[in-house]
Design a binder for this molecule. Structure first.
Ligand code: NAP
Ligand code: MG
Length: 412
C-alpha cells in the first residue's frame, strides 16, 4: 500500500496512563500504516515533566506556535496523591492550562454523533459546540465570609493611583460576598477564536449572558463580542450565510432545547463549565464520544480527546486485564489534527483519509455494532460485541482498509 504524503509536520504531545496506551495503539494500527507520518514529538509523560521541571510542556506549546497544529494525549494534572504515586518534585501545573495560556487559546468541545446513540433531547440532529472562556470569573475570584452587621465596598486603584469606589451593600447580619474580574484583552481573544472557529466549521455563533442583571460585567462581554464581530467578522459571516446572535442566557437554554443543534455556543467561564458537562451527558453520556479542540486568535490549533487519562482502566491494564476503554475521541483527535494539516497544505489525500478514518469508526459502532462498554450502556438495541480496546481498534482497522481501498485509490 502506498502511504499518504505529508509536506509539513504536526506536533505530537504524548501523555499518561490508559490514554497513553491507547494513543500508541491508535497510532500503530490506524495512522502509521496509511500515512508517511511527520511529527515533532513531545513526551509529557508525568515523569518527563518532573525531570524537566515542566520545561517540556512549555516547549510543546512553543512548538505548536511554530508548527501551527498539534495533537495531544491526556495528561495527569498532579495533586497530592499523584505526587506520592509518581514520586514527583511538586504538583506541576495542568499542562492544558499551560498550553492554553501560552497560545491564548479557547477550547471547543463537540460531541461525536453516531446514529445508534440518541441524544437525550430528541430534536438535536447536529452537535452543539461549547466554547468556554477559560479565564477569570469565579475561578480567579475572591470571597469574604463576614460574621456581623456591616457594609462593603469594592475599590479599584489604577497604576497611577486613581480610585474607583462602589458600594456593594449594607448587611443585616453574617453572610458571604464575592468579587471577580475579567479583562478586555482576554474577552477579545475569546471572541476572535469563537468567530474564527465558526467560520472554519461553517457554524452560527450564539453568545449568551445576562447583561440585563449584570449591567457592567456581562454587558462588557456583550459589547466586546458585538464590536469584534462588526469590525472583523461581519462580512465573512454574511458571505458564508452565517449568523452571530446574542441571547439572554435563560432564553438561550430554552432555545437550545428546541433547536436541532449545529452551532457554537460561546459561554463565560462558569457558564461554560456547567454547560459543557450537561451537553456531554445529554449527547451520549460518554466523554469518550467528545472531542476537544483548542484554537488561538492567530489560528494555532490543537486537538485532543475531552476525557482524561482513564486512570482506573489503566490500573486494570497494569494488572494484565483486557480493558474495554473507548479510543474513539483519541482517534478523532488524530483525524482532526491531520485534517487541519491537509487543509492548510492543500493535501487532498490526507483530508480524504481523515474522513475515511472517522467513517470507519462510525461504521464499527453503527453498522457492525462492535462497541466498548461505555457505548454498550447507552446505545439503542443490542451490540454484536462488547469489545476490548484492541478488538475495537482491530474492527476499525478492517473498515478503514476497506474504505481506503475504495475511496482513496485515485487520490494523490
Ligand atoms: P477521566 O480520565 O476522563 O475518567 C473518568 C471516568 O470516565 C473513567 O473512570 C471512565 O469511567 C470514564 N471514561 C473516561 N474516558 C473513557 C474512555 N475513553 N473509555 C471509557 N470510559 C471512559 O477523568 P478522571 O478520572 O477524573 O481523571 C484521570 C486523570 O486524567 C487525572 O489525573 C486528571 O488530571 C487527568 N485529566 C486530564 C485531562 C486532559 O489532559 N485533557 C482531562 C481530564 C482529566 P469508568 O471507570 O466508570 O469506566
Ligand atoms: Mg465542568
Amino acid at each position: 500500500m502506498r502511504k499518504i504524503f505529508m509536506s509539513n509536520p504536526i506536533v505530537e504531545i504524548d501523555g499518561d496512563e490508559m490514554a497513553r496506551i491507547m494513543w500508541h495503539w491508535v497510532k500503530e494500527k490506524l495512522i502509521e500504516p496509511f500515512i508517511e507520518l511527520k511529527v515533532e514529538y513531545y513526551d509529557l509523560y508525568i515523569k518527563v515533566r518532573d525531570k524537566t521541571n515542566d520545561r517540556i510542556t512549555v516547549e510543546a506549546a512553543e512548538a505548536i506556535k511554530r508548527v501551527g497544529i498539534g495533537v495531544k494525549c491526556a495528561t495527569i494534572t498532579p495533586n497530592a496523591e499523584r505526587v506520592k504515586e509518581y514520586n514527583l518534585k511538586k504538583e506541576w501545573r495542568s499542562p492544558n492550562a499551560t498550553i492554553r495560556e501560552i497560545l491564548d487559546g479557547t477550547i471547543f468541545r463537540a460531541p461525536i454523533l453516531v446514529k445508534n446513540i440518541v441524544p437525550a433531547v430528541r430534536f438535536w440532529k447536529k452537535p452543539i459546540v461549547v466554547a468556554r472562556h477559560a479565564f477569570g470569573d469565579i475561578y480567579s475570584g475572591t470571597g469574604i465570609r463576614f460574621d456581623d452587621v456591616g457594609e462593603a465596598e469594592i475599590v479599584y486603584r489604577s497604576k497611577s493611583g486613581r480610585e474607583i469606589r462602589v458600594r456593594i451593600g449594607a448587611f443585616s447580619g453574617p453572610g458571604v460576598l464575592q468579587a471577580y474580574y475579567n479583562i478586555d484583552k482576554s474577552i477579545e481573544s475569546f471572541a476572535r477564536a469563537v468567530f474564527k472557529y465558526a467560520l472554519m466549521n461553517s457554524l452560527n455563533v450564539w453568545f449568551a449572558a445576562k447583561e440585563t442583571i449584570s449591567k457592567v460585567y456581562d454587558a462588557r462581554f456583550k459589547e466586546i463580542f458585538q464590536e469584534i464581530f462588526d469590525r472583523e467578522f461581519k462580512e465573512s459571516f454574511s458571505e458564508r450565510g452565517l449568523k452571530y446572535e446574542y441571547y439572554l442566557i435563560d432564553d438561550a437554554y430554552a432555545r437550545a432545547m428546541r433547536s436541532e443543534g449545529g452551532f457554537v455556543w460561546a459561554a463565560k467561564n462558569y457558564d461554560g463549565d456547567v454547560l459543557s458537562d450537561m451537553l456531554a451527558a445529554a449527547y451520549s453520556g460518554s466523554l469518550a464520544m467528545m472531542t476537544s479542540e483548542l484554537l488561538s486568535p492567530e489560528g494555532h490549533y490543537m486537538a485532543e480527546a475531552a476525557h482524561g487519562t482513564v486512570q482506573r482502566h489503566y490500573y486494570r491494564y497494569l494488572r494484565g486485564e483486557k480493558t474495554s476503554t473507548n479510543p474513539t475521541a483519541i482517534i478523532f483527535a488524530w483525524s482532526r489534527a491531520l485534517r487541519k494539516r491537509g487543509e492548510r497544505d492543500g493535501l487532498d489525500a490526507l483530508i480524504k483519509f481523515t474522513e475515511v478514518l472517522e467513517e470507519a469508526v462510525k461504521k464499527t459502532i453503527e453498522v457492525d455494532r462492535i462497541v466498548t462498554q461505555d457505548i454498550a450502556k447507552v446505545m439503542e438495541g443490542q451490540p454484536s460485541l462488547i469489545a476490548t480496546t484492541e478488538e475495537f481498534i482491530e474492527s476499525v482497522r478492517k473498515n478503514l482498509e476497506h474504505l481506503y481501498q475504495h475511496k482513496l485509490k485515485n487520490c494523490k
